[in-house]
Design a protein around this ligand. Structure first.
Ligand code: UDP
Ligand code: MG
Length: 189
Protein backbone atom coordinates (compact mmCIF):
# COMPACT_ATOMS: atom_id res chain seq x y z
CA UNK A 1 0.00 0.00 0.00
CA UNK A 2 1.23 3.49 -0.81
CA UNK A 3 1.90 6.06 1.89
CA UNK A 4 2.31 9.44 0.23
CA UNK A 5 3.45 12.57 2.04
CA UNK A 6 2.63 15.72 0.14
CA UNK A 7 5.26 18.08 1.44
CA UNK A 8 5.94 21.78 1.12
CA UNK A 9 6.10 25.12 2.89
CA UNK A 10 2.92 27.02 3.83
CA UNK A 11 1.17 28.05 0.63
CA UNK A 12 3.00 25.54 -1.58
CA UNK A 13 -0.31 24.10 -2.78
CA UNK A 14 -0.64 20.90 -0.76
CA UNK A 15 -4.37 21.35 -0.15
CA UNK A 16 -5.08 22.38 -3.75
CA UNK A 17 -3.10 19.48 -5.23
CA UNK A 18 -4.61 17.01 -2.76
CA UNK A 19 -8.10 17.94 -3.96
CA UNK A 20 -7.13 17.42 -7.62
CA UNK A 21 -5.33 14.11 -7.19
CA UNK A 22 -8.07 12.70 -4.96
CA UNK A 23 -10.40 12.87 -7.97
CA UNK A 24 -8.12 10.37 -9.67
CA UNK A 25 -6.87 8.15 -6.82
CA UNK A 26 -8.87 6.70 -3.96
CA UNK A 27 -6.74 7.86 -1.03
CA UNK A 28 -7.48 7.91 2.67
CA UNK A 29 -6.66 11.61 3.07
CA UNK A 30 -5.72 13.55 6.17
CA UNK A 31 -4.79 17.20 6.56
CA UNK A 32 -3.73 17.80 10.15
CA UNK A 33 -4.23 21.56 9.67
CA UNK A 34 -7.83 21.05 8.52
CA UNK A 35 -8.55 18.83 11.52
CA UNK A 36 -7.16 21.44 13.89
CA UNK A 37 -9.28 24.16 12.28
CA UNK A 38 -12.37 21.96 12.62
CA UNK A 39 -11.55 21.39 16.30
CA UNK A 40 -11.27 25.16 16.84
CA UNK A 41 -14.60 25.70 15.09
CA UNK A 42 -16.26 23.02 17.22
CA UNK A 43 -14.79 24.59 20.38
CA UNK A 44 -13.25 21.36 21.65
CA UNK A 45 -10.53 21.19 24.30
CA UNK A 46 -7.96 20.40 21.59
CA UNK A 47 -9.25 23.32 19.54
CA UNK A 48 -8.80 25.69 22.46
CA UNK A 49 -5.24 24.48 22.97
CA UNK A 50 -4.38 24.72 19.26
CA UNK A 51 -5.94 28.12 18.56
CA UNK A 52 -3.32 30.35 20.18
CA UNK A 53 -0.45 28.36 18.69
CA UNK A 54 -1.92 28.49 15.19
CA UNK A 55 -2.61 32.21 15.40
CA UNK A 56 1.00 32.76 16.44
CA UNK A 57 2.24 30.54 13.60
CA UNK A 58 3.72 27.95 15.96
CA UNK A 59 3.32 24.18 15.84
CA UNK A 60 0.97 22.05 17.89
CA UNK A 61 2.91 19.49 19.97
CA UNK A 62 4.29 16.32 18.39
CA UNK A 63 2.40 14.27 20.95
CA UNK A 64 -1.02 15.59 19.90
CA UNK A 65 -0.34 15.43 16.18
CA UNK A 66 1.16 11.93 16.32
CA UNK A 67 -1.88 10.71 18.30
CA UNK A 68 -4.18 12.12 15.62
CA UNK A 69 -2.27 10.45 12.80
CA UNK A 70 -1.98 7.13 14.60
CA UNK A 71 -5.71 6.77 15.05
CA UNK A 72 -6.34 7.89 11.47
CA UNK A 73 -4.00 5.24 10.07
CA UNK A 74 -5.45 2.57 12.35
CA UNK A 75 -8.92 3.44 11.10
CA UNK A 76 -7.91 3.38 7.41
CA UNK A 77 -6.14 0.08 6.88
CA UNK A 78 -7.38 -0.75 3.37
CA UNK A 79 -6.50 2.34 1.35
CA UNK A 80 -3.44 4.19 0.13
CA UNK A 81 -2.62 7.13 2.39
CA UNK A 82 -2.25 10.78 1.44
CA UNK A 83 -0.78 12.90 4.22
CA UNK A 84 -1.04 16.70 3.86
CA UNK A 85 0.86 18.88 6.34
CA UNK A 86 2.30 15.94 8.27
CA UNK A 87 5.02 15.17 9.33
CA UNK A 88 6.18 18.65 10.31
CA UNK A 89 9.10 17.60 12.52
CA UNK A 90 11.69 14.82 12.36
CA UNK A 91 10.17 13.39 15.54
CA UNK A 92 6.82 13.11 13.75
CA UNK A 93 8.53 11.46 10.77
CA UNK A 94 10.16 8.88 13.04
CA UNK A 95 6.84 8.18 14.74
CA UNK A 96 5.17 7.78 11.34
CA UNK A 97 7.81 5.23 10.29
CA UNK A 98 7.10 3.23 13.43
CA UNK A 99 3.36 3.31 12.87
CA UNK A 100 3.71 2.27 9.22
CA UNK A 101 6.07 -0.56 10.14
CA UNK A 102 3.83 -1.83 12.92
CA UNK A 103 0.83 -1.73 10.56
CA UNK A 104 2.90 -3.48 7.85
CA UNK A 105 2.17 -0.68 5.42
CA UNK A 106 5.67 -0.28 3.97
CA UNK A 107 7.57 2.98 3.54
CA UNK A 108 6.43 6.54 3.23
CA UNK A 109 7.33 8.45 0.07
CA UNK A 110 7.64 12.21 0.00
CA UNK A 111 6.72 14.46 -2.88
CA UNK A 112 7.67 18.08 -2.28
CA UNK A 113 6.09 21.03 -4.04
CA UNK A 114 8.92 23.54 -4.40
CA UNK A 115 7.97 27.20 -4.40
CA UNK A 116 10.01 30.35 -3.78
CA UNK A 117 9.28 32.12 -0.46
CA UNK A 118 8.35 35.45 -2.10
CA UNK A 119 5.76 33.67 -4.19
CA UNK A 120 4.46 31.81 -1.12
CA UNK A 121 3.96 35.09 0.76
CA UNK A 122 2.00 36.55 -2.16
CA UNK A 123 -0.16 33.44 -2.45
CA UNK A 124 -0.96 33.37 1.27
CA UNK A 125 -1.84 37.07 1.40
CA UNK A 126 -4.14 36.53 -1.57
CA UNK A 127 -5.69 33.50 0.13
CA UNK A 128 -6.30 35.69 3.19
CA UNK A 129 -8.60 37.88 1.11
CA UNK A 130 -10.52 34.89 -0.21
CA UNK A 131 -10.68 32.49 2.75
CA UNK A 132 -10.09 34.87 5.68
CA UNK A 133 -7.85 32.48 7.61
CA UNK A 134 -6.63 34.25 10.72
CA UNK A 135 -3.09 32.85 10.40
CA UNK A 136 -2.74 34.22 6.85
CA UNK A 137 -1.44 37.64 7.91
CA UNK A 138 2.08 38.85 7.19
CA UNK A 139 3.42 38.56 10.75
CA UNK A 140 2.05 35.05 11.33
CA UNK A 141 3.14 33.91 7.88
CA UNK A 142 6.71 35.03 8.69
CA UNK A 143 6.63 32.93 11.85
CA UNK A 144 5.18 29.95 9.94
CA UNK A 145 8.12 30.22 7.48
CA UNK A 146 10.48 30.48 10.45
CA UNK A 147 9.03 27.34 12.05
CA UNK A 148 9.22 25.61 8.68
CA UNK A 149 12.92 26.46 8.29
CA UNK A 150 13.74 25.54 11.89
CA UNK A 151 11.71 22.33 12.27
CA UNK A 152 10.07 21.14 9.08
CA UNK A 153 12.72 21.50 6.36
CA UNK A 154 14.75 18.77 8.12
CA UNK A 155 11.94 16.32 7.37
CA UNK A 156 12.85 16.56 3.67
CA UNK A 157 16.49 15.68 4.47
CA UNK A 158 15.32 12.77 6.62
CA UNK A 159 13.53 11.20 3.65
CA UNK A 160 16.22 12.22 1.13
CA UNK A 161 18.73 10.12 3.09
CA UNK A 162 16.44 7.12 2.76
CA UNK A 163 15.97 7.72 -0.97
CA UNK A 164 12.25 8.26 -0.46
CA UNK A 165 12.04 11.87 -1.59
CA UNK A 166 11.23 13.55 -4.86
CA UNK A 167 10.62 17.23 -5.61
CA UNK A 168 8.62 18.95 -8.30
CA UNK A 169 8.30 22.57 -9.34
CA UNK A 170 5.19 23.80 -7.57
CA UNK A 171 5.60 27.37 -8.71
CA UNK A 172 5.39 27.62 -12.48
CA UNK A 173 2.21 26.57 -14.19
CA UNK A 174 -1.44 26.33 -13.26
CA UNK A 175 -2.60 23.96 -10.51
CA UNK A 176 -3.84 21.64 -13.28
CA UNK A 177 -0.42 21.64 -14.98
CA UNK A 178 1.34 20.95 -11.70
CA UNK A 179 -1.10 18.14 -10.93
CA UNK A 180 -0.18 16.44 -14.22
CA UNK A 181 3.44 16.16 -13.03
CA UNK A 182 2.31 14.99 -9.62
CA UNK A 183 -0.02 12.33 -11.02
CA UNK A 184 2.77 11.12 -13.28
CA UNK A 185 5.01 10.61 -10.24
CA UNK A 186 2.27 8.95 -8.19
CA UNK A 187 1.56 6.48 -10.98
CA UNK A 188 5.18 5.31 -10.76
CA UNK A 189 5.39 5.08 -6.97
N1 UDP B 1 -0.48 22.88 12.46
C1 UDP B 1 0.35 22.18 13.31
N2 UDP B 1 0.61 20.88 13.04
C2 UDP B 1 0.08 20.25 11.96
C3 UDP B 1 -0.76 20.96 11.09
C4 UDP B 1 -1.01 22.28 11.36
O1 UDP B 1 0.85 22.71 14.29
O2 UDP B 1 0.34 19.05 11.77
C5 UDP B 1 -0.80 24.28 12.76
C6 UDP B 1 0.38 25.24 12.58
O3 UDP B 1 0.22 26.29 13.50
C7 UDP B 1 0.19 25.72 11.14
C8 UDP B 1 -1.33 25.82 11.04
O4 UDP B 1 -1.81 24.75 11.86
O5 UDP B 1 0.83 26.95 10.90
C9 UDP B 1 -1.92 25.71 9.64
O6 UDP B 1 -1.53 24.49 9.07
P1 UDP B 1 -1.94 24.09 7.56
O7 UDP B 1 -1.24 22.83 7.25
O8 UDP B 1 -3.39 24.12 7.41
O9 UDP B 1 -1.42 25.31 6.71
P2 UDP B 1 -0.30 25.41 5.63
O10 UDP B 1 0.99 25.45 6.38
O11 UDP B 1 -0.44 24.22 4.73
O12 UDP B 1 -0.63 26.69 4.94
MG1 MG C 1 -2.65 23.46 3.72
Amino acid sequence: MRNIILFGAPGAGKGTQSAIIREKFDFAYISTGEILRAEIKAGTELGKQAEDLINKGELVSDEIIIGMIKSFIENNTTKDLLLDGFPRTVKQAEALDEILTSMQRGKAKVVELEVDKDVLMKRLLKRAEIEGRKDDNEETIRERFNQYDKKTAAVADYYKKKGDYIAIDGEHGTPQEISVKLIDILEKL
